[in-house]
Ligand binder design. Structure first.
Ligand SMILES: [Fe+2]
Length: 316
């Protein structure tokens, strides 16, 4: 294992996968310019997945500083996806600027999303009888919009005793090992990424179940996208996906073959959380999912993201 020690940081490749590394030694309120450069280099060397060890919970501003190493800080998903519930109940057609101002007036941070099953104010578990969560499926966050956020970061604040691990699946590794016939079959194809359902698996407000994936709303992206670490499969989510231009049965068959290849165990890493950790991942390069958890046990994370970039197709 090639451990790197530099500028007060120790960078340890994840032992159980071909991608990702742990970074130890960063002081969240005092990250030096040299350390930021090292973190950026580490993310490319380790193909877009970094786990930061911190002794204590982070302040929101410190998480925003850490997020800013990876790109321009982006508002939380509810503000930018333009789909479904607005930040202020009952108000339609409100601009993002107005939403941000309204949130700030309420003392809320527009860059921060709360993940988990607790009330963010009381940290008490919110009872649920929900049986399925879209987070359990492999997916890429917000791939149904034109310019999906590039990096997502999660900061663990309350971790349940068991379950709730986050899986990552390298789509750079998946693309590199595509069989030649499958690679040439998809080289010029695009997938429509469905926006019907939320990550919790429920219909977005105003959406209805599409008659077929052909009719499902969502943005179209190339199947193979260019990334700083090479070509990556960009599949989004299996539900209601559609390969543009193909008859539905051929689209379903091709997607089944692609997903079967893309989600092999050899491309996966499953992260077992500890309180205080931050995991940052590049949505261009990997799928992720969350393992089920006992919904009576508290789980609470902060989530941030960076602004995206136009999805670039791989050129031959
Ligand atoms: Fe997600």
């Amino acid at each position: 294992m090639n451990v790197q020690q530099t500028n007060g940081l120790t960078i340890v490749p994840l032992a159980v996968s071909g991608f990702g590394a742990t970074i130890i030694g960063l002081a969240p309120d005092n990250i030096t310019t040299a350390q930021k450069k090292i973190v950026r280099e580490a993310y490319e060397r380790h193909h877009g997945l970094l786990c930061f060890e911190f002794e204590n919970l982070l302040l929101a501003d410190d998480l925003h500083t850490l997020t800013g190493i990876f790109g321009d800080n982006e508002f939380a998903p509810g503000l930018i996806n333009g789909i479904g519930k607005k930040a202020i109940d009952g108000e339609e057609n409100i601009t993002i600027d107005d939403q941000v101002a309204a949130l700030r007036n309420k003392g809320r941070d527009p860059y921060l999303a709360f993940i988990g099953n607790v009330d963010p104010n009381t940290l008490k578990v919110k009872p649920t009888d929900q049986k399925f969560y879209g987070e359990w499926e492999w997916h890429t966050d917000m791939s149904y919009i034109q310019v999906p956020p590039t990096f997502s970061l999660l900061h663990a604040r309350i971790v349940p005793p068991t379950g709730g691990n986050t899986g990552f699946c390298s789509q750079v590794m998946a693309a590199a090992s595509l069989p030649d016939d499958l690679r040439s079959e998809i080289s010029t194809l695009n997938i429509k990424h469905d926006s019907t359902y939320t990550s919790s698996g429920s219909l977005r407000p105003g959406m209805s179940v599409p008659a077929s994936p052909i009719e499902a709303p969502g943005h179209v992206h190339p199947v193979l996208r260019a990334t700083p670490c090479g070509p990556a499969l960009f599949l989004g989510r299996r539900t209601n996906a559609y390969v543009v231009g193909l008859p539905l049965d051929e689209s379903e068959d091709l997607l089944n073959r692609l997903w079967s290849h893309a989600t092999q165990k050899r491309f996966q890493y499953h992260h077992n959380w500890r309180v205080g950790q931050v995991v940052a991942w590049d949505n261009r390069m990997m799928l992720h999912m969350r393992h089920p958890v006992d919904e009576t046990a508290a789980r609470f994370m902060w989530r941030t993201q960076t602004k995206g970039e136009a999805v670039q197709a791989v050129t031959a």
